[in-house]
Design a protein around this ligand. Sequence first.
Ligand SMILES: [Zn+2]
Length: 281
Amino acid sequence: MSVDKLVNKALKRIGNVHPVVRAGAEEVIRRAYKQGISVLFSDGYRSNAEQNKLYAQGRTASGKIVTNARGGQSYHNYGLAIDMFITNKAGTSAMWPYDKLKQVARIAKSIGFEWGGDWKTFKDNPHLQITGGLSIAQLQAGQKPNISLKKGGTSTVNPSKPQTKPTTSSSKGLGLVDYMKSKGMDSSYNNRSKLAKQHGIKNYKGTASQNTTLLQKLRGGVPTASRAKGNQNTSSVVDYLKSIKVDSSFSHRAKLARQRGIKNYKGTQAQNNQLLRMLRG
Ligand SMILES: [Zn+2]
């Protein structure tokens, strides 16, 4: 099956997902194909009714339990998640070999997806999502994700020009360019170079480490200074996160914990205390 046919087939199956997820799915298929892997997607957008039907499976209906999420509780319900499988050259079979899924996941992650196979507790190897950092609670409250694909892997940047590959060092997972865009700033190389000079970064060439430094400087304005304080009296990580206006949901705390090397985060008292200490620095 040609790569165009794979793309068509997959895009039909994932349905009404977010346009960025749709573009990401196509990119993943094309890049995987170049690596000799035919990947398709079985699931994408699911309505709440479809999710509830899936939730019933293995509970009030026959079959195996396949999800712990009811309608509205899955990123699929917001068009932000897709489930992959590996197919054969003819595109007629469905397989889930871990090594291949992992290889495809590596491609997907390079353009901004999170992979369910990286989760510590409920591993979901076929699952890819782009959440823009929003929790399910925030999505349920009607917030819309501000998401875009990263350039990732094969850069189309002219090699004689400085690299503009986004860095992923910030607390929100945004690179410098993404961060600037999110603030409505001019993210061109020229403007970054000018800002770098203003912030005392010498000889700016747009390297990853210079971009990281610049990002920290740009974030270090008034908002970050007041952020760094937060509630210093509380012993609750949730209250502390609320005081600095950061998502305090379990899934976001799990992400923050993972980023700080706290393994197998389950939200225990000891883990929360450790996370709180780290967040306060
Ligand atoms: Zn999924």
